[in-house]
Design a protein around this ligand. Structure first.
Ligand SMILES: [Zn+2]
Length: 285
C-alpha cells in the first residue's frame, strides 16, 4: 500500500511533458555527436615508401638590432652629445651683472637647445669624443648612472650661470668640458676619479703611451679648487668640494667632477679656448 503511494508521488514530481523535453534534448545532443564524428578528408599518398625528402638547407641569419638596442652603457642609457647640450632657459629672469669698472648691466639667459646648436666642427655638431668615452666608461664599470650637470654652454648661458672673470674662458664654451656626478657615489668622488684613471690603463689604444697613462697632480694655486687636479696629456680632472664651483648648473649639494680636454687625439693638436670658437663656432636658431 505504502509502495503504491510512493510511485504515485514520483509521477507527480516528474510530469510527462518534462520527460518528453529531456528525451528531445538527449536526441539533439546525440545528433551533434554524430556530426563531430564525421570522417576527415584525406589526401592519397603519392610518394613511394623508399623515397626520402630532405629538409631544405637553412642558414642562420642574425636579426637586425632594434633601435633601442646598443644604446646602453652598463644598465643605463649611454651618454651621448645630447646630454651635453646647453641648459639655458628662455624664460629665466634677468639678472644683474657688475663689470670690472663697477658698472651694472643686465644678464639674460639663452633659449637652450632650441635656440642654438652644439659647437660645430667640420660642419657637424660635436663635443670632444673623449668626454663621452670617459662618462660611459664610468657608467659601465660602476653600474651607476652618470648625471651630467653641464656640458656645452653658449656665451649667454655661460655668463648668466657664472659671471666671474675666471669663467669667461671656460672650455664649456667650446664643448671641451663636462661637469658631472655619479648617482650612488655622490659622496665618493675619489672612487670615480680612480675609475677615470683606470680607463687609460685598460684601453688598448693607450697601451705603451706614457703621456696618456701617467697622471700628474696640478699643484699651482691658480685654479678654483682646493684639491689638486689630476692631468695627463689628454684631460684635466678637477674635483669640486660641496662649497666650491656652485654655479647655476651646479646647485646640487654634492661634490662633483669636471673633465676638460687638453689634447685632441684624433686631430693631434692641443685644445685651447678661443673667442672665435666660443662665439662663432655654433649655429644660432
Ligand atoms: Zn645656450
Amino acid at each position: 500500500m505504502g509502495g503504491t503511494q510512493k510511485c504515485k508521488g514520483r509521477n507527480q514530481r516528474w510530469p510527462y511533458s518534462l520527460l518528453v523535453a529531456l528525451l528531445a534534448m538527449a536526441q539533439l545532443s546525440c545528433g551533434r555527436g554524430e556530426r563531430l564524428k564525421a570522417p576527415a578528408l584525406a589526401s592519397p599518398i603519392t610518394r613511394r615508401s623508399d623515397e626520402v625528402t630532405l629538409p631544405a638547407q637553412h642558414r642562420l641569419r642574425h636579426r637586425a638590432a632594434y633601435p633601442w638596442e646598443g644604446v646602453y652603457s652598463g644598465s643605463h642609457l649611454k651618454i651621448t652629445k645630447e646630454h651635453l647640450r646647453c641648459r639655458g632657459a628662455r624664460h629665466a629672469p634677468l639678472k644683474e651683472g657688475v663689470g670690472e669698472d663697477g658698472a651694472k648691466f643686465a644678464l639674460f639667459d639663452c633659449g637652450g637647445p632650441r635656440s642654438h646648436s652644439l659647437p660645430c666642427r667640420e660642419g657637424k655638431e660635436e663635443v670632444y669624443p673623449i668626454l663621452l668615452e670617459l662618462l660611459n666608461w664610468v657608467q659601465d664599470k660602476s653600474g651607476k648612472r652618470v648625471i651630467v650637470t653641464c656640458g656645452h654652454r653658449c656665451p649667454a648661458h655661460n655668463t648668466y650661470s657664472d659671471p666671474t672673470t675666471f669663467n669667461q674662458t671656460s672650455k664649456h664654451l667650446i664643448g671641451a668640458e663636462v661637469d658631472f656626478y655619479v648617482q650612488g657615489l655622490e659622496r665618493q668622488p675619489e672612487e670615480v676619479v680612480a675609475l677615470l684613471l683606470r680607463y687609460y690603463e685598460a684601453t688598448p689604444w693607450y697601451s705603451g703611451k706614457s703621456a696618456y697613462q701617467t697622471f700628474h697632480r696640478y699643484e699651482k694655486e691658480d685654479t678654483n679648487v682646493s684639491i689638486p687636479p689630476w692631468y695627463n696629456k689628454e684631460v684635466f680632472i678637477k674635483l669640486y668640494q660641496p662649497n666650491e664651483g656652485r654655479d647655476l648648473d651646479n646647485t646640487h649639494p654634492y661634490p662633483y667632477l669636471s673633465i676638460q680636454v687638453r689634447y685632441d687625439r684624433a686631430r693631434e693638436c692641443p685644445v685651447t679656448y678661443t673667442w672665435k670658437e666660443a662665439f662663432r663656432g655654433y649655429r644660432r636658431g
